[in-house]
Design a protein around this ligand. Sequence first.
Ligand SMILES: NC(=O)c1ccc[n+]([C@@H]2O[C@H](COP(=O)([O-])OP(=O)(O)OC[C@H]3O[C@@H](n4cnc5c(N)ncnc54)[C@H](O)[C@@H]3O)[C@@H](O)[C@H]2O)c1
Ligand SMILES: N[C@H](CO)Cc1c[nH]c[nH+]1
Ligand SMILES: [Zn+2]
Length: 449
Amino acid sequence: MLRTVDLSQAGLDGDAFDYRSAMPRAAFDVDHALAAVRPISEAVASEGQAALLRFAEQFDGVVPERLRVPAEVLERCAAELDPVLRQAFTESIRRRRQVCELAERETDSPAVTLAPGARVGQRIVPVGRVGLYVPGGLAPLASSVIMNVVPAQVAGVGSIAVTSPPQKEFGGLPHPNILALCHMLGVDEVYAVGGAQAIAMFAHGVPGLCDRVDLVTGPGNIYVVAAKRLLRGIVGIDSEAGPTEIAVLADDSANPEHVAADLVSQAEHDPMAASVLVTDSAELAEAVDQALERQVAATRHHERVRTALTGPQSGTILVRDLEQGLQVVDAYAAEHLEIQTRDAAAWAARVRNAGAIFVGSFSPVSLGDYSAGSTHVLPTAGCACHSSGLSVRSFMKAVHVITYDERALMELADSVEAFALAENLPAHANAVTVRRRGQQADQQIGEQA
Ligand SMILES: NC(=O)c1ccc[n+]([C@@H]2O[C@H](COP(=O)([O-])OP(=O)(O)OC[C@H]3O[C@@H](n4cnc5c(N)ncnc54)[C@H](O)[C@@H]3O)[C@@H](O)[C@H]2O)c1
Ligand SMILES: N[C@H](CO)Cc1c[nH]c[nH+]1
Ligand SMILES: [Zn+2]
């Protein structure tokens, strides 16, 4: 089912080999998606609620009665939540919050004294207002409420709004599990708006409905990603967390049924999802492919899964050994990387580029999707080589605080003036010179007195 790319001879001639270009990856037509979302964004900016209602009908097949979900609906959804699900939600929140509080929090740095009277410190400040996107097109990702809201709350964000597509099945409201989780987490500003129009609503603000936000976070499909890219600058965005990807680095010790199940699990998200196996064992590759045939035939969303697994974005990469496999997975920079090898922790420690690393046979990506305590909002399309998953840090800004007294500034006056004049910015130099003159004038007055 997976096409094979044999890289076992690549790079043997001693020349650097471009593994990134050799990897299967969707040729995302973001330009096409950008062309689709630009008029959506402009219509939301100029027409407000009327445009939101029109796009809901066009893309979600339903016109919500109210674009903002009433408080009593949130309360009812929480009250009617299945007890087993409530327990699962509670445990997921508890673990995610614990990791946020113990591993992701940043604190102010004490000021560094660089010379007498010259101090620079750093304050960490939460973003003021955020808009959090929860996907709901092909599947209602209630877990994305937890992954967005919990780090925002731990960061201390003052104002939190959540949005998710309206569901025809639920009369134009977002899915009830999404609404129940919002209530459980104390979020009362929730909208029934999906896709690019939701990102535009947050970025521009919509009079009489939703105030603009400072930062938009959360995963979504290619239209959501394109809207975030289009509106970056008008609003802050987290990383581009688009159609899901999984790469598995495996040797002949891996269980082919486990590997296949994990590849299928992420292919279930989207026909554009990517599943990639990197292995030095042709026997494992063959066994995984056989397991895939069986598992895909039996899975509920088999059409979507088959499209994802047979698309240009998925495949098996044969490598000559795990050293080369490491180079390949680093070049690919997967959203999720599983290591299913002997000595998995040692290989995992050497990986540089991945959104999240799942180590050993009993850490499947699905665990991280829901309950491990880690984030599932992760950079895709190779962005893991420069971006991180959504965490408390995503909701915080660092502000330098500079405090120099007169003597400390005068010690540096020559340097700053020379620097400024070298850049042909004399007004910059003058901002120091006037203070120097002021000091000289004070000295003269002192001498005259
Ligand atoms: N990288 C991550 O962290 C991460 C996490 C979870 C999910 N995901 C991804 O999120 C995505 C969820 O996608 P989804 O579709 O299920 O839900 P979604 O909520 O992201 O998108 C649904 C919306 O897409 C818009 N849309 C659909 N067709 C359109 C068109 N032709 N033109 C303009 N807009 C259109 C509609 O407004 C609709 O409300 C999947 O790709 C999944 O893999 C990524
Ligand atoms: N695997 C997805 C992208 O990280 C997240 C998710 C939510 N629900 C199920 N899976
Ligand atoms: Zn998933």
